[in-house]
Design a protein around this ligand. Structure first.
Ligand code: GLN
Length: 187
């Protein structure tokens, strides 16, 4: 098994460190050529969704990755990655992949004070530590989307078909079970 990690901007090194701990081979996706070899799952890391969205297009990665996601490649998306997958982004006219029928709000907890840590129930795993950094949350989901976790009234983790999208950063905590659940979907 090999996992592709989008490595154009943001927290991709942290994702690589988690896969190293789990002894799972990975490769960085930085340009079109990196899509030639097969990989079994894709990680879209945290970072800045506007920058990532722009680079995806400039580097000609957007359309091939969209086709792979639409063709059921398993995807784990954290934070900015969640924003890239969302069909609608509050206050923004042009969303990106639009492969999850939901509506997200960026920087939803405020820009400066929006970083926090909590432990909450995550569907089928149990209580999971969650680190939020200028995080989005999901405002609305289509009823085909499964809600995996909420914090207060807000949805912070969802699964839709092949895609798992998280507002938080599991790669920043020691608990590797969210990644393990994703890898189970890839194998
Ligand atoms: N605030 C960022 C955005 O809107 C996401 C933050 C993150 O990925 N930690 O893209």
């Amino acid at each position: 098994m090999k996992i592709g990690i989008l490595a154009v901007q943001g927290a991709f090194l942290e994702q690589e460190a988690v896969l190293n701990q789990l002894q799972i081979p990975w490769k960085e996706i930085r340009c079109e050529k990196d899509l030639q070899d097969h990989f079994d799952g894709l990680i879209l890391p945290g970072g800045e969704s506007t920058v990532q969205g722009k680079l995806l297009k400039e580097l000609h990665l957007f359309h091939p990755l969209l086709a792979m996601i639409q063709n059921d490649l398993p995807v784990l998306a954290t934070c900015a990655g969640m924003i890239l997958l969302s069909e609608k982004i509050d206050g923004q006219d042009s969303p990106y992949f639009k492969t999850i029928p939901m509506d997200v709000k960026r920087n939803a907890y405020g820009r400066q004070l929006g970083s926090f840590h909590t432990i909450q129930e995550y569907q089928t795993i149990g209580p999971v530590p969650m680190t939020f950094i200028r995080a989005p949350y999901v405002q609305n989901v289509d009823n085909r989307v499964s809600i995996l976790a909420t914090v207060g009234k807000h949805i912070v983790a969802v699964r839709y078909r092949n895609q798992t999208a998280l507002s938080f950063h599991p790669e920043l905590d020691k608990d590797l079970r969210v990644h393990q659940a994703f890898l189970d979907l890839c194998s």
